[in-house]
Design a protein around this ligand. Structure first.
Ligand code: GLN
Length: 370
């Protein structure tokens, strides 16, 4: 394949800052909300995480691509990030299990990126100025033209994206002989969540985002799962309604990330756009029920409004972020429903929080209550 990576490329931020670097991936132009992930490993899992749909990813690890691309290290069937910004873009790779280079992968999947950017300076800028849109181009050099294109990009605030990454048809995961059945609402589910269910004797049917409760209920599931996903949860009234109906059914319910935000919304608690999201593999969270700390994997740009959670008589707080005291977990009083803002399936990330999948199984078995 032709190697275009010596060609110049431009990154323009919505505040007018221009960065010059080199083309990475396909030659072209891409737009999205710029965000950064501080993880030191797991780039392929991050690129394929559907929650990043519509976002340009800045990786703070200095080398990207250096251990190649592995067919199995994916969280969905394609790259979901809108574009990549990195420092060193390594086309050569050192792992013998890898099947191709990052450059071939990006070109095959039509992903536009930019390398040789001072990502430390860029991240400090985004950190201090908050979330904003950006454009990367390796074909347009006129800044005014790039500005005009960037002005057309919608704000992430108020954007519904889940229905674009959700499965179009229902499908099954795991063994039909498993003891319990979990109906899953797919807003952009990660494969490792499904692997964790399968490992715990749960048979899953994954439903498209806009499936009604009535349709899912026909399957006779023992419990429900509400997945992670991209976009603004407050722009998803259809999903909030379905979660309300699941709650009314009194079946166990577990939600992760977007699923957590939707469970809050279904209980009358608002969500908000954060100044900077949490994206990385080492966010400390305190489980205030068990009085322990977990190091967690995170990826979100919205959050539940802390004052509204504290005032709510419907939910109680189970987890708190130790960096900024944001709400990381809730459970619904008198219901078998709980959720976390972070990612216990953690692919990539530490496994501290995997016990939440065991808690879900205990809840289904009737061995856990509050
Ligand atoms: N990982 C997720 O589910 C992200 C949820 C939501 N889109 C957010 O950015 O906050």
């Amino acid at each position: 394949m032709t190697n275009y990576t010596k060609l110049p490329a431009i990154l323009l931020l919505a505040d007018g800052t221009v960065y010059h670097g080199k083309a990475a991936g396909k030659i072209g132009t891409t737009t999205g909300e710029i965000c950064f992930n501080t993880g030191m490993t797991g780039y392929q899992e991050i690129f394929t995480d559907p929650s990043y749909f519509g976002q340009i990813m800045v990786t703070t690890n200095a080398h990207i691509g250096n251990y190649g691309i592995h067919k199995e290290e994916i969280e969905s069937d394609s790259i979901k990030i809108a574009g990549l910004v990195c420092k060193n873009y390594s086309i050569g790779y050192s792992r013998k299990e890898a099947s191709e280079s990052i450059q071939d992968y990006f070109q095959d999947e039509n992903i536009v990126g930019i390398s040789d950017i001072d990502t430390r300076a860029l991240v400090r800028k985004i950190r201090d100025q908050g979330a904003m849109n950006a454009i990367i181009s390796s074909e347009i050099t006129d800044i005014e033209e790039l500005k005009a294109k960037l002005a057309q990009v919608p704000s992430m605030d108020g954007l519904e994206l889940s229905s674009q990454v959700s499965t179009k048809e229902p499908y099954f995961y795991g063994s039909p002989d498993a003891t319990y059945k979990v109906a899953t609402l797919d807003f952009g589910i990660k494969k490792n969540t499904l692997r964790n269910f399968d490992q715990r004797d749960l048979y899953v049917q994954v439903f498209p985002a806009k499936t009604t409760f009535e349709e899912m209920d026909k399957w006779g599931a023992d419990a429900y799962f509400v997945s992670n996903g991209p976009g603004d949860p407050s722009a998803m009234p259809y999903a909030i309604e379905t979660v309300k109906q699941i709650l009314a059914s009194d079946k166990p319910l577990f939600g992760i990330c977007l699923g957590h935000q939707l469970l809050a919304q279904a209980n009358g608690i608002g969500t908000m756009k954060m100044f900077n999201g949490h994206r990385g593999l080492n966010h400390p969270v305190k489980n205030i029920i068990k009085n322990h700390c977990e190091v967690t994997s995170q990826n979100h740009g919205f959050g539940v409004i802390p004052e509204e959670v504290r005032k709510s008589d419907k939910v109680e707080i189970t987890h708190i972020n130790l960096n900024d005291q944001s709400i990381e977990g809730i459970r619904v009083k008198g219901k078998k429903a709980f959720s976390v803002q972070y990612h216990p399936e953690s692919s990539p990330g530490p496994h501290d929080s995997r016990y939440l999948f065991d808690d879900f199984v205990s809840l289904i078995k009737g061995e856990l209550s509050w």
